[in-house]
Design a protein around this ligand. Structure first.
Ligand SMILES: *Cc1c(COP(=O)(O)O)cnc(C)c1O
Length: 376
């Protein structure tokens, strides 16, 4: 069986985890966490990066920093993972889903403004497949209406929009280091903070409502409980695993991009013949090969293609069931405007195996099998 995903592993992780144990520093904010913070800040230009226990938690932290209150509204796509919505639903916000663009599967920036009301507090663009949303337009709308922007950049580490790192364009950006993402620590994530004035609030919320981070920097001589908060720090053992990968981020990125390009080139002919559609990378976007997907004609054809691949030893998967059609989406949200593309396009999409270390022979087998399906 060719798996759909294999968690990234370079070999150096084991040694770094052993070091974290030898350091007797296995709780949060140890030496490996600091290395990761520094790397993320250098790479993205964010004023501050803080590792969290997941991207879900990074999103929760962003919702707390924005002081989202019951009845506030948040605009997001329905074609996304439930975590994007959870963070705001937990604060009592009303979720306002808008349609996606069929080319990138990202939120349609031209549909956002019409969904804004006097209760709207934030826009949450999701950079699907590590391909940027139209951020200039989104930031302009946010500025004109005085709204916050939280980027769900879970899939977008190492991706760029017009030379800027995804996650560092909006007020807050949230990364995932789950084992299915390009860079991993098992479970984990990070929040990127643009405004230096928000750093201390973020540190307090992340550290159980205490000013322990200020204390550890030696700026005060004892720490205390100053606000409500939670515990969003990952163990330094997990950070050690991640550090091994961030250190070699270009190696992982280049390997994935090469696999992506092989798929992309190989399916050109099927696209020309009108059988499938390949991903679209708009001008000015640098992606990170987080995933390679194809769009079949419709749901039926997609189901048949997934079965055919499985019979031939290849795992391909689909996602997402649009949030507005899920029970929680109906409870916490509404779809604003017409669902022209969200449901129809998500029904057609399937993801092919994509991970660091995917071999040429496996890629060729996947390509040949897809082509054989369309020759039938
Ligand atoms: C993976 C993912 C998340 C959740 O990440 P976790 O680190 O597992 O919490 C959120 N949003 C999107 C778009 C994702 O792909």
């Amino acid at each position: 069986m060719i798996p759909f995903n294999v968690p990234p592993f370079l070999g150096t992780e084991t040694n770094y985890i052993a070091k974290a144990i030898e350091n007797h520093k296995i709780c949060g904010d140890g030496p490996f966490t600091k290395e990761c913070h520094q790397w993320l800040e250098n790479k993205t230009g964010a004023a501050k990066a803080l590792l969290t226990t997941s991207c879900t938690d990074a999103l929760e932290l962003a919702a707390l920093l924005l002081d989202i209150q019951p009845g506030d509204e948040v605009i997001l796509p329905s074609f996304t993972f439930c975590s994007t919505a959870d963070a705001f639903a937990l604060r009592g916000a009303k979720l306002v889903f808008v349609d996606i663009r069929p080319d990138t599967m990202n939120i349609d920036e031209t549909k956002i403004e019409d969904a804004i009301t006097d209760k709207t507090k934030a826009i949450v663009p999701v950079h699907y497949a590590g391909v940027a949303c139209e951020m200039d337009t989104i930031m302009d709308i946010a500025r004109r209406h005085n709204l916050a922007v939280v980027e769900d950049a879970a899939q977008a580490v190492m991706s760029e929009y017009k030379g800027k790192a995804l996650g560092a364009i909006g007020d807050y950006g949230c990364y995932s280091f789950h084992e299915t993402k390009n860079y991993s620590m098992g479970e984990g994530g990070a929040i990127l903070i643009k405004d230096p004035a928000k750093i201390e609030d973020a540190e307090i919320l992340r550290e159980k409502g205490t000013n322990r981070s200020v204390f550890l920097r030696g700026q005060i001589d004892k720490y205390t409980w100053v606000n409500y908060g939670s515990s969003y720090l990952p163990s330094d053992m997990n950070a050690a695993y991640l550090w091994a990968q961030l250190e070699e981020a270009d190696k992982i990125n280049n390997d994935r991009l090469a696999s992506w390009q092989k798929y992309y080139d190989a399916f050109e002919d099927l696209e020309k013949k009108g059988f499938v559609q390949r991903p679209v990378i708009p001008e000015g976007c640098k992606h990170n090969a987080h995933m390679f997907y194809l769009k079949a004609k419709n749901l039926e054809e997609r189901t048949a293609l997934i079965s055919f691949l499985k019979e031939n030893g290849i795992l391909a998967v689909f996602h997402y069931i649009p949030l507005h059609s899920a029970p929680a989406g109906q409870k916490f949200g509404v779809f604003h405007g017409e669902d022209k593309y969200t449901t129809a396009e998500s029904d057609r999409l399937l993801r092919l195996p994509m991970y660091y270390g995917l071999t040429d022979s496996d890629i060729n087998k996947v390509i040949d099998t897809v082509i054989r399906f369309y020759q039938k």
